[in-house]
Design a protein around this ligand. Structure first.
Ligand SMILES: Nc1ncnc2c1ncn2[C@@H]1O[C@H](COP(=O)(O)OP(=O)(O)OP(=O)(O)O)[C@@H](O)[C@H]1O
Ligand SMILES: [Mg+2]
Length: 180
């Protein structure tokens, strides 16, 4: 398994957006979802990994919720704070794929995710979306896309950067529609 090297090199494609309220974050997540659906439709059976980075309360789960719901999941998307991982079965053009949403904040050991049997989730068609990847201390597979959320001066202000870290990630990030 390729180990995740925290990237020092500049991203292969990137986008940064200032979101003044949650609705704007939701809109960005929706545009990423459209790009993901297109990619999954083109490259059947593909798997990729997305990190969600930012301080407590930055909006990682909120972004994940809007992304997963924009991909067609009709139920609740709860924070996987205690379960560490929640799976969401999704469909694109009659092809099933799974989004595994992780929150590794409460891991007591960097390898707890492996002991819990989550390694297999990194192979199945779909993607892994991981909050607090730093808690795994570099033991996770490589990321294709890195999402960084930073709070601004105003309460609902966030800056969200989406960086492609691999050729796969680039195919998704470079076709995200910019907000008009
Ligand atoms: N522009 C915005 N984008 C995202 N969330 C926002 C925005 N403005 C306000 N919020 C609020 O900020 C909170 C973010 O909480 P959330 O649980 O998503 O953070 P988190 O980064 O997942 O935290 P944790 O590290 O504890 O998992 C939510 O209550 C959300 O409604
Ligand atoms: Mg969270």
């Amino acid at each position: 398994m390729t180990r995740n090297q925290t990237p020092q090199a500049s991203p292969k494609a990137s986008l940064k957006q200032h979101c003044r309220q949650e609705a704007e974050t939701a809109s960005l997540a929706k545009r990423l979802a459209a790009s993901i659906e297109r990619f999954i439709g083109q490259e059947r059976g593909v798997h990729f990994n997305i990190s969600l980075e930012g301080d407590l309360g930055a909006g990682k789960t909120t972004f994940a919720r809007h992304l997963i719901q924009s991909l067609g999941y009709g139920g609740k998307v709860k924070s996987p704070t205690y379960t560490l991982c929640e799976p969401y079965l999704l469909h694109s053009n009659q092809h099933a794929y799974t989004a595994h949403h992780f929150d590794l904040y409460r891991m007591r050991d960097p390898l707890e995710w492996q002991e819990a049997g989550f390694v297999e989730h990194f192979d199945v068609p779909g993607f892994c979306l991981i909050e607090w990847p730093e808690k795994a201390e570099g033991t996770l597979p490589a990321f294709d896309i890195q999402i960084q959320l930073t709070a601004g001066a105003e309460e609902n202000d966030r800056t969200i950067a989406i960086n492609a870290l691999s050729e796969q990630g680039k195919k998704i990030v470079e076709v995200i529609q910019v907000d008009s």
